[in-house]
Design a protein around this ligand. Sequence first.
Ligand SMILES: [Zn+2]
Length: 385
Amino acid sequence: MKRSILCVVILLVALCAVACGPKREATEEPTVTPTTATVTATPTVEESTPTPTPTEVPFTPTPTEEVINNDGVPEDSGCFRIKLSGNKEDHFLTTRFCYIESEKYFLLLDKDLDLPGDFTKQMDMLVDALEEVTGLSYIPDYKPDGMDCSTVHFGYDPWREMEYNNKIPIYIFVDREGQNLISYASNMHAVFISDELTSEEVWNSIPSFRDNPYRRMNFIDYYPIAHELAHTITLRHGWYTKIMTEGSADYFAEKALKSLSDKSTDFAESLSHQMFLTAVRDNITPQNAEKMFTADYLNLSHAERGDEYTLGRMICKYLAETYGDSFFKDYAKAVSEEGFPMEAGASGLWFNYSEANAIRQAEVFKSLFGDDVFTKFGEWYQKQR
Ligand SMILES: [Zn+2]
């Protein structure tokens, strides 16, 4: 669970005028990252596997191979296109803002990232796997609105001139001030802060990072990436309760990585380092399961979050076992047809449905999976413990 509970889903309202409120909060929120989640995350394993000293000199691209169509691109623009070699052994060190375009997404890259040459290949596989396990297309009939809101860029946007069309903008940032910035996602985009992809030089310039080797895996941890991309893909098909939003992202991230675990050691390691809990602090019973669902952990502060991930993931697991793999696709279709609104919580930023809408979502569940779905889930949950 190193970072799985750190992610947030942000309701990014495309209109800049509306987004000005969330802008400040998005910048501030990462600074209150629940440090306990990081500190307590698999400490034994992490501390026993310190980051190895890199033996390779950063790969320098040849212009014909890796840097393309960039005549006249200003130095401070992110519209500088690169292409990775495809070989895992190669490294591409980003010395300026740039991007990579793939079939289904754009990677929008900060400076000082150290990318393995096969990174795009791995990301391609991950997006494909997420579509497969969710049963949802990354972009079926949805066209994201403009992306000209600096909320998503921690205050700067060198990619503002980019045209994303229907592809997913995936931002990868370096936490160069050591602020413990966190990854997040919306229906439009996904934003990652990657420890493993941060260049050795920048990493070693931040004492709190350099002196805590457990922070940095010796593989690329695709779990948080899978979790956030699962958000983007599922949210492009509907709005869900907090439990179902976070639970489905965890459930599908795990499932996608399982399906890829024989494709690369990074995927296998990402999966094996996750700790998937099977119980929440409240005892879920046949009697209270529906009430827990509709309460939706609305009153949890950010630092106390966590149970919604576990409970939601267990609900997904139960539904998949009982109704088949299309359960989420059916649920997404039903809530979409019901016309659930995008609804922000008190902060205007976090994805919190009101109880009234959570109750409506429970009714959707019953119409899809039977009136006794919550009772049956409570019974199943008790058997898992
Ligand atoms: Zn999440």
